[in-house]
Design a protein around this ligand. Structure first.
Ligand code: TMP
Length: 204
């Protein structure tokens, strides 16, 4: 059976990636693709509960390794229950965050080994990797003005600078898959940049 197309969206909080994912979703519908949108953490019933734990500002004592493994656990369930079946049916799957978020946020952001975190997550996803990852890129000073302050978003600017640098490292290591998109400009302008990358690479 033909495998579908897997596209993931990345970027620091407040950068506008969920808005852009929605626009790509609408465009896919217009083009007649069978498409689903989903997100991490929280793309399954189990994941929604894990998400509540992870983002609750009252849950102050989550150890860094525990946090990393909870994101990986959410992902393992999400792949098994939602992503792999949808790809098997030939769908386009648009996912708001995936394993690069854990490498950037729990690896680079929390000063943990990004290589080991990537390996653990490869185990979690059973070899299912996106054809392309679109990472919206913006200064944390600007992006964080649009956030609401959940447990992760309460971290300081230095943390987000490291997360952003992490995304830049991934882009350098995997330029074919992981594309940085300048998030400055209007919503429409950013969407045009995203769509031109998708079109140029013949992804959809
Ligand atoms: P969201 O706001 O984009 O839905 O993501 C929820 C928060 O979880 C956001 O602050 C980013 C963070 N996060 C990680 O720290 N590691 C991960 O692996 C994922 C998927 C999200």
């Amino acid at each position: 059976m033909k495998r579908g197309t897997f596209i993931t969206f990345e970027g620091i909080d407040g950068v506008g990636k969920s808005t852009q994912l929605d626009l790509v979703y609408q465009k896919c519908l217009q083009l007649g693709h069978a498409v689903i949108k989903t997100r991490e953490p929280g793309g399954t019933e189990l994941g929604r509960r894990i998400r509540q734990l992870l983002l609750d500002p009252g849950m102050a004592k989550i150890n860094a390794q525990t946090e990393m493994l909870l994101y990986a656990a959410d992902r393992a369930q999400h792949v098994a229950e939602v992503i792999a079946p949808a790809l098997d049916m030939g769908n386009v799957v648009l996912c708001d965050r995936y394993l690069d978020s854990t490498v950037a946020y729990q690896g680079y952001g929390l000063d943990r080994d990004p290589v080991l975190i990537r390996l653990i997550n490869e185990l979690a996803v059973g070899g299912i990797l996106p054809q392309i990852t679109l990472c919206l890129d913006e200064e944390p000073e600007l992006a964080l003005k649009r956030t609401k302050g959940d447990r992760i978003e309460q971290r300081d600017l230095d943390y987000y600078r490291k997360v952003r640098l992490g995304y830049h490292q991934i882009a350098q290591a995997e330029p074919e898959r992981f594309v940085l998109i300048d998030a400055s400009g209007t919503i429409d302008q950013v969407f045009e940049k995203i769509w031109s990358v998708i079109a140029e690479r013949g992804i959809l």
